[in-house]
Design a protein around this ligand. Structure first.
Ligand SMILES: NC(=O)C1=CN([C@@H]2O[C@H](COP(=O)(O)OP(=O)(O)OC[C@H]3O[C@@H](n4cnc5c(N)ncnc54)[C@H](OP(=O)(O)O)[C@@H]3O)[C@@H](O)[C@H]2O)C=CC1
Ligand SMILES: O=C(O)C1=N[C@H](C(=O)O)C[C@H](O)C1
Length: 253
């Protein structure tokens, strides 16, 4: 039985995880953490994580970037692994996470779905083949109107995955209104749309002379992230330290 501490338990994803875990005989949420205890949950909720008085095996985090450093401090003090799903972390916050992985196990992934994690590999092959034929690369992401960070963590992960396959020679352009010049061939344009209840859509567009190749992922429900996060928690609860991603969970190593 994997005992989960849910950080950001009263948010949209926290509530998805709560529902998924209720039907999972191999996992249980033993405590939740959030800024307000304003939702009825079938587990105790703490607004101060240092007051948690139950034992857990792993933390799942879907909260907000600025909450991550104190969560990492807590996890280090309790030697607890963290499945870190929050996006929009700045360099300083990412550095704290990377340093902590020398002491505890951390799984950092901007997208917990199987489809996106498959696509993160497929875009590398497409990028190598198509940029050799001078195709341009643009990424468009669409999300609901409650999302705080832009571009999405997933869009950045796609850009990073592509860039890695191209010897990190590409720069990222987020706003063409300030560029005032033609597109550079070695850039990846990244664009954000926000509206309504769109769960999460990502298009990676390779545009060449007289042809366009587009790879798409559409999330039809937040459950795909929740299922991935619970699987990741079961996987990570067995690890003592190091940095992991969803590829490790999918491959079981
Ligand atoms: N990796 C992945 O697959 C996915 C990642 N995400 C990411 O997860 C994060 C959360 O998403 P979502 O659930 O939609 O967002 P929500 O805003 O719905 O939920 C976040 C929750 O965290 C709470 N919170 C804020 N500050 C703190 C704090 N200091 N300590 C504890 N809890 C806090 C919020 O409270 P309050 O509302 O009062 O501020 C809220 O209840 C985002 O960064 C999002 O991009 C989302 C989906 C998938
Ligand atoms: O905030 C969301 O909702 C999502 N955020 C993640 C991101 O920033 O990539 C993943 C998913 O697309 C949903």
């Amino acid at each position: 039985m994997t005992r989960i501490i849910m950080h950001g338990c009263n948010g949209k994803m926290g509530q998805v995880i709560s529902r998924i875990v209720e039907d999972d005989k191999d996992a249980v949420i033993v405590a939740g953490i959030d800024v307000n205890d304003n939702i009825a949950n079938p587990y105790p909720v703490f607004t101060d994580m240092n007051s948690i008085d139950v034992e857990g095996d792993v933390i799942i985090d879907f909260s907000t970037a600025k909450a991550v450093p104190s969560l990492i401090d807590y996890a280090k003090s309790k030697k607890l692994p963290v499945v870190l799903c929050t996006t929009g972390l700045n360099d300083e916050q990412l550095n704290i996470v990377n340093e902590a992985s020398k002491e505890i196990a951390i799984l950092l992934s901007a997208n917990m779905s199987l489809g996106v994690n498959l696509l993160l590999n497929l875009v590398k092959k497409a990028a190598k083949t198509l940029t050799a034929a001078n195709f341009d690369i643009e990424i468009i992401e669409k999300h609901h109107n409650q999302k705080i960070d832009a571009p999405s963590g997933t869009a950045l992960a796609f850009a990073d995955s592509i860039n890695e396959s191209l010897n990190n020679e590409y720069s990222y352009t987020y706003d063409r209104t300030i560029v005032k010049a033609k597109r550079d061939s070695k850039e990846i344009g990244i664009h954000s749309v926000r509206g309504g209840t769109i769960v999460g859509e990502h298009s990676i567009i390779f545009a060449g002379k007289d042809e366009v190749v587009e790879l798409n992922h559409n999330a039809l429900s937040k459950d795909i992230f929740g299922v991935g996060a619970v699987n990741a928690a079961k996987f990570l609860s067995q690890k003592s330290k190091g940095m992991y991603d969803m590829q490790n969970v999918i491959e079981g190593n």
